[in-house]
Design a protein around this ligand. Structure first.
Ligand SMILES: [Zn+2]
Length: 324
């Protein structure tokens, strides 16, 4: 088995991408992340696209539904990101198909990655959907989308992907009426994760559909077990928060776990900061926890879950564990 440091070096060395394609399969199958998964599941290396970013042929859109919204999305994206930041967006946009008819009842929009077609029922939801367009590809039988990877057998990372997709939609298009409506809990959690990891890295992993890159980043703050469990807990939430099934006990357990993880990540971030002494670290941690708690109470969707009731207790437990 190769050492972790070597695996990490390979994963970080983006200029050596071609070599990595050949090596990645072997490396990733031997990595510790995958030892934690069941036999059928593997975290794959990010999809590599050959550098063929052409000028987008907007003429193709002449008859497409919602074309002005798509133009607007592209304009905003090109204002904030370079073409190299958005390889999947430029790969998909020229041939993107649109439809106003959506069969799945619960969806406001739906992006079919295989057909590169976006279905829009509620127009403001198009911005959320276009972020999926900007971060998805069907490659070697795997659907890579943001931080998620899905095959016919299983999927991982849907929860963190939906939360981050909505976070981006709200950040760049939140001033439009009707945006800011979906996945409030997942979005809130991803916002906290971004505070630790940083915007630039997070968007880079997202727009390159690089789940493994994100996981490597998580490992700077968490054990591999914890980071995998965080992703799986978010998957549980996205699958069950929005159904009518009553699973509040399980949901509470997952939310409790996730918030403990958020505290751990933030504490580790403070520990890494050499400019802080122990006292300052504790002060900052207490401030972070109080702010987090305060903003949690402002989100309507959290109110129906009891995990908030003993939040204060959990904070104290964590502060004690952090004491040496
Ligand atoms: Zn979505």
């Amino acid at each position: 088995m190769l050492s972790e440091t070597f695996t990490k070096w390979i994963i970080d060395g983006s200029s050596k991408e071609i070599m990595m394609i050949a090596l990645s399969f072997f490396l990733l199958n031997s990595s510790k992340i995958n030892d934690l998964l069941n036999e059928k599941q593997t975290i794959h290396f990010k999809p590599i696209l050959l550098p063929n970013i052409h000028e987008v042929n907007w003429q193709e859109f002449r008859n497409e539904y919602c074309k002005t919204k798509i133009f607007y999305f592209a304009r905003i994206m090109s204002k904030y990101f370079s073409k190299n930041d958005l390889p999947l967006f430029y790969h998909n946009i020229s041939h993107l198909k649109t439809s106003s008819i959506i069969l799945e009842e619960n969806y406001a929009e739906y992006y079919d990655v295989k057909k590169n077609k976006i279905f829009i029922k509620e127009i403001p939801a198009i911005y959320h959907g276009l972020f999926h367009v900007a971060s998805s590809i069907d490659k070697d039988g795997i659907i890579f989308s943001g931080f998620s990877q899905s095959t016919n057998l299983n999927s991982i990372g849907i929860g963190i992907t939906e939360g981050y997709t909505e976070l981006l939609a709200e950040r760049y298009f939140g001033n439009i009426k009707g945006v800011k409506r979906y996945y409030p809990i997942e979005t809130f959690i991803m916002k906290q994760i971004e505070v630790v990891i940083g915007k630039e890295k997070m968007t880079n992993f997202y727009f390159h559909a690089d789940l493994l890159g994100l996981m490597n980043e998580f490992h700077k703050y968490l054990s591999k077990e914890d980071s995998l469990e965080l992703i799986q807990s978010m998957d549980f939430l996205v699958n069950h928060l929005h159904t009518t099934e009553n699973l509040s006990t399980e949901i509470n357990q997952h939310l409790s776990f996730i918030f403990q993880i958020l505290f751990k990540m933030y504490w580790k971030k403070l520990e890494k900061d050499r400019t802080l002494n122990e006292e300052l670290r504790k002060m900052k941690m207490a401030m972070y926890q109080n702010n987090l708690q305060q903003s949690l109470y402002e989100i309507e969707s959290f109110k129906r879950f009891s995990f908030l009731e003993n939040f204060q207790e959990k904070k104290l437990i964590l502060m004690k564990t952090n004491k040496r």
